[in-house]
Write a protein that binds this ligand. Structure first.
Ligand SMILES: [Zn+2]
Ligand SMILES: [Zn+2]
Length: 370
């Protein structure tokens, strides 16, 4: 890229008048009317035009002075001047944002997310929880502006910046004022960025019954206010985290699973066992005679309400009770003697399932001997 001052033939400190004078002379000299058919003169004439176009414009000239040679036809990511300083990257961010049709400054206040932990019992009943979060407000001293403002010096208040390259011209937001056309000339004494310090807030938040772990509730507009006039505030997101329960596990569709350890004779003879439910009661539950370990019993409608997002009538899941044989690992004295007697008895008292298994095993062994 040619130095524009050299193209015009003036020094970098040349006054507007000097530039104008030099340009007029060169323009006359290379004018196509004076040089019919002269390709070199035509090229020179164009160069002079382009150079003058930038150097005669205060804003364009200061941009050129600040950023040096601008080559918009160059890949911005190959170590060209565009990657050097912040102004350029922001110019390019804006450029690509505009190009992609995206708006970088999402004009709403910041969203706030807050987590609330609840128990399974609270899932059952639904609950009102107090949530605490920090929120900034708009500084009352400056009204969110951040200080005393005047027109941006870099774009003269237009908010635009025009980059002239060899082959194209790009118009972007002014990097100095982010396109607002305004500049802070005296910082606010009470704030840094137009916001007050964050202040702790408390809010009561209704968590409906049946809520699931990881659900989030949006409280629209309860985030931080937006500084831009007319832009909506952010939202407050309440994320629900459900604590693990000592004995209940959550299944599909409001079902609650509970595993109850039982003894051999409880399964053999059947009988009453105590089972807790989610309401905090203990219910007597009857195991039938000859129940296998691992059997599941269903207590209808004793599970959790199924989440229905603010509705008033809830379907409920079931409570599922699974009995599990606990094999004794410590025994002595009379108990041990009884168990040993039992094991003697079980040599001849073989259950149908075990008998079928032993029969199959016998056939298998006979087969493999042939
Ligand atoms: Zn302020
Ligand atoms: Zn500006």
């Amino acid at each position: 890229l040619k130095d524009l001052y050299q193209v015009i033939g003036v020094s970098k400190t040349a006054s507007e008048e000097e530039i104008k004078k030099a340009y007029r002379q060169l323009a006359k000299q290379y004018h196509p009317d004076r040089n019919p058919g002269d390709k070199d003169a035509e090229t020179k004439f164009k160069e002079v035009q382009e150079a003058y176009d930038i150097l005669s414009d205060k804003q364009k000239r200061s941009d050129y002075d600040r950023y040096g040679g601008v080559r918009t036809n160059q890949n911005p990511f190959d170590g060209s001047p565009f990657r050097r300083g912040k102004p350029f990257s922001s110019v390019f961010d804006d450029f690509f944002d505009n190009f992609m049709g995206e708006r970088k400054n999402n004009s709403h206040g910041e969203h706030i997310a807050v987590e609330v932990e609840i128990t399974l019992e609270e899932v059952h009943t639904g609950i009102e929880k107090e949530v605490k979060f920090e929120r900034r407000s708009i500084c009352s001293n400056c009204g969110g502006v951040g200080g005393k403002q005047s027109h941006c010096k870099h774009c003269g208040g237009s908010g635009l910046r025009v980059i002239h390259g060899e082959h194209m011209m790009v118009q972007t937001k002014c990097p100095a004022c982010s396109g607002t056309g305004k500049q802070i000339v005296e910082a606010c004494a009470d704030c840094v960025d137009g916001y007050t310090n964050a202040v702790e807030q408390t809010m009561k938040c209704k968590i409906p019954p049946g809520v699931e772990n990881g659900m989030r509730f949006v409280h629209a507009g309860l985030g931080e206010p937006a500084i831009e006039n007319g832009s909506p505030p952010g939202n407050l997101y309440v994320l629900v985290s459900v604590k693990e329960h000592d004995w209940f596990r959550r299944g599909q569709q409001g079902n609650l699973l509970i595993e109850v350890p039982v003894s051999y004779t409880q399964l053999v003879f059947g009988g009453e066992i105590d089972v807790p439910n989610i309401s905090g009661e203990t219910i007597a539950f009857h195991i039938p005679k000859g129940t296998q370990s691992g059997t599941k019993f269903r207590l209808g409608n004793m599970g959790l309400p199924i989440f229905n997002n603010g509705g008033h009538t809830y379907q409920r899941g079931d409570q599922i009770v699974q009995v599990k044989l606990e094999v004794p690992s410590q025994f002595d004295g009379e108990y041990e003697k009884t168990l040993k007697d039992l094991s003697e008895q079980e040599r001849t008292h073989i259950g149908p399932q075990r008998k079928r298994f032993l029969d199959k095993l016998g056939e298998h062994d006979a087969g493999s001997e042939k």
